[in-house]
Design a protein around this ligand. Structure first.
Ligand code: ADP
Length: 462
């Protein structure tokens, strides 16, 4: 077999020299044959080598057209909706510039001179050698995306279809357990209570699955409104006080430092621009977990602080904690830590994934810190509004609400009125779905914004 010399083996790049001629030939055969695109650049992004699959995907004529050129000149990527990535979003460009490895960054590759976009997953490996060559591999993931889409559609349809009969079962069980609508003995009551709990759990699971598919295919959009975050988070969190006390857990909103709890002046005013339903789900999930994973006698603390242009919410518990290994994965879909502390606690592993999706849709970040066996703190960081921004957005929001209300009234007036029917008893399957709680009226601004430095126990900075 003829011995080939790779471009990077030429004397102008002395770092990667292969003294084993046979291996080089095999390597070249492999690089020629694989479907994955491979491109090697030097540390400044100048192409040293590109394989045939990459040439085809980019619609180039030959390797010699691009070797020696900056990859940015023809390697164009964009997001699913055809937009160029902005600064931090472009993980590929950042990895190339910083010389940091990257794994499976999903984006669309735009071919040269033809109207063709290929969905790809890009990985970057950085060579240890002093030259820091970047080895870029990218593969066409069109088929994977298609399969994922079909899978998501199945899950979405199945959970939607199953949620309806489950809601009906839950409704009938509620009727059976209600002394005003049914008479049952104590033994039957015990069984029905368990069935009711299980049906509620199933209902949650289907709802979570449905939400996951909606987030994954971008069907869920945030409806932003300006709020006083301290008031909002406190109002939501306080609704979990009973659940906490039923498990003999101490619940406290405000600073953990007891000396400061009653000093109202220490609580800064923190305005945010959020989706109220998302916030309810996020806090609900974090607090339900805190209650679930904290043994009796423990404590749960919630607080909101402001630091410059960020708001920081923390949900802290003194529960079972999360090991360092699990901590890296808990925000992934279906991930559940499997140890003696968590095995007996029911769950789906979808809650934190949805928390992350909702927080990120509101332009925020979520992360956790934990000591295994001692407790955990979940942090949610969100953009903060200044009092001026808050007032402005409040006026815009109120105008928008008023415009929508008047449009609705006009539509109602234009609709033919139905003849009134005698009231019928609602069957469980006809029961109206629970409506989201009304958003509280944001309070007018009376005080200037106060900034408190965030005590996030070493949490990552923005
Ligand atoms: P689950 O339905 O299993 O609770 P989540 O996505 O909400 O799913 O959480 C994922 C995993 O993270 C949980 O299974 C649990 O192991 C861990 N976890 C979440 N919150 C806490 C907490 N406050 N304390 C200890 N472990 C937690």
């Amino acid at each position: 077999m003829e011995l080939m010399i790779f471009p990077w083996q030429k004397t102008d790049n002395p770092v990667v020299k292969n003294s084993d001629g046979g291996r080089s030939a095999w390597s070249e055969m492999a690089l020629d044959a694989i479907n994955e695109g491979v491109m090697i650049t030097d540390m400044s992004g100048v192409i040293q080598f590109i394989n045939p699959a990459a040439i085809t995907m980019l619609n180039l004529v030959s390797a010699s057209d691009v070797e020696g050129l900056d990859y940015n000149l023809f390697f164009k990527i964009e997001s699913k909706d055809g937009q160029p990535f902005s600064g931090n979003e472009n993980k590929f460009a950042n990895s190339m510039v910083m010389g940091q490895p990257l794994e499976n960054f999903q984006c669309y590759l735009v071919a040269q001179k033809v109207d063709k976009r290929t969905p790809i997953a890009i990985s970057v490996a950085v060579m240890d050698s002093g030259r820091g060559n970047r080895i870029v591999t990218f593969r066409n993931i069109a088929k994977e995306l298609e399969e994922e889409g079909a899978q998501a559609e199945f899950i979405s349809t199945a959970s939607h279809e199953m949620r309806t009969p489950v809601a009906s079962i839950e409704g009938y069980l509620s009727l059976a357990l209600n002394p005003q609508t049914a008479t049952i003995d104590d033994r039957a009551k015990k069984y029905l209570e368990q069935a009711h709990e299980a049906s509620k759990h199933l209902g949650h699971l289907f709802q979570d699955l449905l939400d996951v598919t909606k987030f994954d295919d971008g069907r869920i959009k945030a409806h932003f409104m300006p709020v006083d975050l301290v008031e909002t988070v406190k109002r939501i969190s306080d609704t979990f006080a009973v659940q906490a006390s039923n498990k003999n857990l101490k619940y406290q909103f405000g600073s953990v430092n007891s000396e400061l709890v009653n000093a109202r002046s220490v609580q800064p005013i923190v305005y945010g621009y959020i989706d109220m339903n998302f916030m309810q789900e996020i806090m609900g999930n974090l607090l339900e977990n805190a209650i679930k994973y904290t043994p009796e006698g423990g404590s749960i603390y919630v607080n909101v602080l402001g630091d410059g242009d960020r708001a920081l919410i923390n949900v802290t518990d003194t529960g079972v904690g999360i090991s360092a290994d699990d901590l890296q994965h808990i925000f992934q879909k279906f991930y559940r830590a499997d140890n003696s502390q968590t095995r007996e606690v029911g769950g789906t592993g979808l809650g934190l994934y949805l928390v992350k999706q909702r927080v990120e849709t509101m332009n925020g970040r979520v992360w956790a810190e934990s000591s295994f066996g001692e407790g955990s703190t979940f942090y949610v960081s969100l953009p903060r509004l200044t009092p001026d921004e808050y007032s402005k957005r409040l006026i815009d929001f109120q105008n928008q609400q008023a415009a929508e209300a008047s449009k609705e009234q006009q539509m109602m007036a234009a609709r033919p009125q139905p003849t009134p029917q005698p009231q019928q008893m609602l069957q469980p399957q006809q029961m109206p779905a629970p409506q989201p709680q009304p958003a509280p009226q944001a309070t007018p601004i009376s005080q200037p914004i106060q900034t408190n430095s965030i005590n996030n126990n070493g949490g990552p900075n923005e």
